[in-house]
Structure formats: structure tokens, C-alpha cells
Design a protein around this ligand. Structure first.
Ligand code: ADP
Length: 459
């Protein structure tokens, strides 16, 4: 089967759907999206859909002062000063405008409260109603309404080039084994995501985490296997930062995936304790810091404790009842008095009580002498408490194909490969050694749009 479109996009996740909308809104006559799974969204669907935007409308209401420079510094420093400054600047310059586009044009509905992720100096993260699933559904609906065609259960496996090396299409395999050839008049945009779910690839490049072995779970969609990186490398594309693998610190041991109820820690006040019932880290630290500390604890297993007031304030029952039920059934969550929850996990309750008392005294005194926590540095109050067990997972791969500020894929000599664009987690260079929470969605939208603009501008 042969399909022709002005623009062909590989991967209908966050970046792919955004690129499709942008292309169609700016005069593309047709856009075809190739999607491996039977559902859109990839890792974006599994996320909270959160988007860091400096100087956003909620910050104004809350009197929070922010700036592009501050956002730039947070991304750059959070990435261990390894990120490409030119690419970071593109994100910083377009973050707010693209957030407003999502809200006003695409129809994403944001909550009236922001999140505050580790590594950001101020709260600047917009959080959509319904998290990743509703966010992606909104993008998909918009893309379809503009005429995007999505080819599901179709796996792209090869880029087609003409005699001049220009990328003119994609060879893909439909689930029944049939070959689909996609011809792209203007360009191919690769938005296939990272490679956290490809254990071989992960093992081959990992130097960052000595304790990361093949048994460490991942938070990703099973489709996120680095296909775009492999396809691009096969035609000479360069890669960058492939060793930079991000672990996510707080995950459900039963699934390897994160907990929505962990929003209590991210957005409010929760404690992390180890098997001995002691705090071991700043609960608001970056993902790397918490992950590394967790891997050093007994059995690499830790516990999050949330008090009743935060459970109510964060609407955990209202928004995440299904997850709560499942976690109780799986035994990874206990709810009750401190005695009850600690007994469930075999953690010494007297130690936990002493930990909480000491922590609360530090809150009263105003300084976390032990771990330097400042954000949501509030007391732990009364129960019934939530306590849930947690392990580290592989979450995100910072490395990927090299692009320039126009989202053009670069070869090993630093020259753009004509006709090939990339955006989102498949690309490397932006987040350097570590990606801050809620900058990935911002990246997919900003660079998804840039890629679409560049492809359209091509003759
Ligand atoms: P990003 O956040 O960068 O947009 P996502 O994980 O949200 O990345 O989306 C990546 C999408 O690409 C997923 O929907 C995934 O199923 C799809 N995908 C990955 N590899 C292929 C492939 N070889 N062919 C088609 N689709 C793919």
C-alpha cells in the first residue's frame, strides 16, 4: 500500500500530534501520522501532561516573579550544564506562546493551580485537567478535526532517501505484516520518543548509573524503544548525550510505573522514609538526587507518607480512587494510623514517629538542617495516613538524534539531512544530563511546532 502526504510524521505522541496540528493550521494540505500502537499518546499519555511556562497567567495571579532567563538557567543547571544553549533558548523563547496556543487554540483546559517541580526555582508548571490522557485526547481531537490521518498499529522501520540523500518517505509494517510505503512531499518528522523500554539499547549506552541493570523497571509505554534513533542513524544522523538516562524516583513496585497519588509529594507535603523509618533525602530534590539516594537504601525500597490534610487538599480520593483501590489490593499502599501503616510494611513505627517529630521541629525552626528542603516545607499532621512503597524506575532518555534550532536532523558533519526533522524525546541535546519535570511536554510542543514550520518552509 502506498500513502502520500505533504508531511509524514512518525509517532502520534505528544510531539507528533502537536506537529500535525501546527502543520495543518499553517497550510499543509495533508498530514499522515504513523503510529505503532493502537492508541495515540506514547509516554505523553502516561504523564501528567504538565508544562513549564515562565511568566504564565497563573503566576501573574499568584504574584510569582519569573523570567525567561530564570527558566533558561533552571533547564541548563538542571541538565548539569550539558545542554545545548541554542536549543534551550528556543524552548525558553517559545514556551509561553505555545502554552497559550494549547489553551486558546487547541483547547487544553488547565487547572487553576500550578505544580512545582524539583529543580525549578519557582512554581511555573501548568497542569491540565485529566492529566496526560485527556491532554493527548484533546490534541488528537484537534489534529483529526483539521484533517490529520492516523495510521494505527503501523511500525515505521526505514527512512527512504532520494539520490541526493533527501528524505522522501518512510517504509512501515502494518500489524498484519503488510508493507506500507509513505511518501512525503515536503518532509518527514520523527517523533518516536526515547528508548527507556529498550533494555539492550539502555544497557549499551549506560555509564551514568552503575546500579542500573536490566532488572530495573521502566515507566514507559512498551513502544518507546528508540526506533527513530535507529532509523536516523542508519542514514547517517548524529546522536548526542546517549549516556544520559533519567531515573524516576518514586514508582509502584507492582508496576514499575509512577503513582498519581505521588502528586502529594510533588505539589504539597509528603515524607520519604527508608526501611529503618528514617528520612534520607530532600523530598523536593531533583529526580537524580532522590533516585540515587533511594538506590542506596536497604533493598532499594522506600516509603512515602502523607497526612490526612494533604490527602484532602490534593483531592487524592476524588481524582485517583481507581489507583488507590488497585494499590490497596496489590498491597503497595496502606491507609490508617501510623501504627497500622508501618506494621503493614514492617517499618518500625517508633522510628517513623521520631522522624516526623524531628521533621516537624525543623519546620517550626524554619530550616531543614538534615536535607535542606525549602519547598512545601510544612509539618506532617494527623492521620489517617497514606503510606506507599516505592522503587526507582528508568523514566526518560535525554540523548537522541542531534537537531538544530529549526529541528532539522544533523549528520555527523553537522549538516542537516534534507527532508528530515525531529522533535520530542527522540532528540538529544536540550536537557543535557538531566531533564527537569514538566520541561519535556514543553519541549514536545515547542519543537513539534518548530519541526512543522521548518518542514512546511522547505521547497
Ligand atoms: P514525545 O513525548 O517525544 O512526543 P511520546 O512517547 O509521547 O514521545 O510518543 C512517541 C510515539 O511514537 C508513541 O505513540 C509511540 O507509540 C510511537 N512510536 C515509537 N516508535 C514508533 C515506530 N517505529 N513507528 C511508529 N510509531 C512509533
Amino acid at each position: 500500500k502506498e500513502i502520500s502526504a505533504e508531511i509524514v510524521i512518525i509517532g502520534a505522541g505528544g510531539a507528533g500530534l502537536t506537529a500535525a496540528i501546527e502543520a495543518l493550521e499553517n497550510g499543509a494540505s495533508s498530514v499522515a501520522l504513523i503510529e505503532k500502537m493502537d492508541i495515540t499518546g506514547g509516554n505523553t499519555r502516561l504523564s501528567g501532561g504538565e508544562y513549564a511556562a515562565p511568566n504564565n497567567w497563573l503566576q501573574a495571579g499568584e504574584g510569582i516573579e519569573d523570567s525567561k532567563e530564570q527558566y533558561f538557567n533552571d533547564i541548563y543547571e538542571g541538565g548539569y550544564e550539558r545542554g545545548n544553549k541554542e536549543l534551550i533558548q528556543v524552548i525558553v523563547d517559545n514556551a509561553l506562546e505555545s502554552a497559550e496556543w494549547l489553551k486558546d487554540d487547541v483547547g487544553v483546559v488547565y487547572r487553576d493551580k500550578m505544580s512545582w517541580y524539583g529543580g525549578h526555582k519557582v512554581a511555573r508548571t501548568l497542569w491540565p485537567v485529566g492529566d496526560g490522557p485527556v491532554y493527548v485526547d484533546t490534541l488528537e481531537e484537534k489534529a483529526r478535526s483539521l484533517g490529520a490521518e492516523i495510521y494505527f498499529t503501523t511500525t515505521a522501520n526505514e527512512l527512504i532517501q532520494d539520490e541526493n540523500g533527501r528524505v522522501t518517505g518512510v517504509v512501515a509494517t502494518y500489524k498484519d505484516g503488510a508493507t506500507y510505503t509513505f511518501k512525503a512531499d515536503k518532509g518527514v518528522i520523527m517523533t518516536t520518543g526515547g528508548f527507556s523500554a529498550n533494555i539492550e539499547m539502555r544497557e549499551a549506552v549506560n555509564t551514568m548509573w552503575p546500579s542500573l541493570d536490566a532488572n530495573v523497571p521502566n515507566t514507559n509505554s512498551p513502544a518507546i524503544t528508540g526506533d527513530g534513533i535507529v532509523m536516523a542513524q542508519a542514514i547517517g544522523a548524529d546522536v548526542v548525550d546517549m549516556d544520559a538516562i533519567q531515573l524516576y524516583p518514586v514508582n509502584n513496585p507492582a508496576t514499575g510505573n509512577y503513582y498519581y497519588i505521588d502528586y502529594a509529594r510533588l505539589n504539597s507535603t509528603a515524607l520519604l522514609v527508608n526501611k529503618e523509618g528514617k528520612r534520607f533525602v530532600n523530598e523536593k530534590g531533583t529526580r537524580d538526587v532522590i533516585s540515587l539516594a533511594t538506590l542506596e537504601q536497604t533493598d532499594k525500597m522506600v516509603y512515602e507518607i502523607i497526612d490526612a490534610a494533604v490527602v484532602a487538599e490534593q483531592r487524592l480520593y476524588e481524582d485517583y480512587q481507581a489507583e488507590i483501590d488497585k494499590c490497596l489490593k496489590d498491597g503497595v499502599l496502606a491507609i490508617g494510623t501510623l501504627e497500622e501503616v508501618c506494621e503493614h510494611f514492617g517499618v518500625p513505627v517508633e522510628e517513623v514517629k521520631a522522624t516526623i517529630a524531628h521533621y516537624n521541629e525543623m519546620v517550626d525552626a524554619g530550616t531543614d538542617e538534615d536535607f535542606g528542603r525549602t519547598d512545601n516545607f510544612n509539618k506532617i499532621g494527623d492521620g489517617p495516613y497514606f503510606m506507599f512503597s516505592s522503587v526507582v524506575s528508568v523514566h526518560h532518555t535525554m540523548g537522541g538524534v542531534k537537531i538544530d534550532a529549526d529541528a532539522r536532523v544533523l549528520d555527523k558533519d553537522g549538516n542537516p539531512i534534507e527532508g528530515l526533522y525531529a522533535a520530542g524525546e527522540v532528540t538529544g541535546g536540550i536537557h543535557g544530563g538531566n531533564r527537569l519535570g514538566s520541561v519535556a511536554v514543553c519541549d514536545t510542543v515547542v519543537f513539534g511546532r518548530v519541526a512543522a514550520q521548518s518542514a512546511l518552509a522547505q521547497k
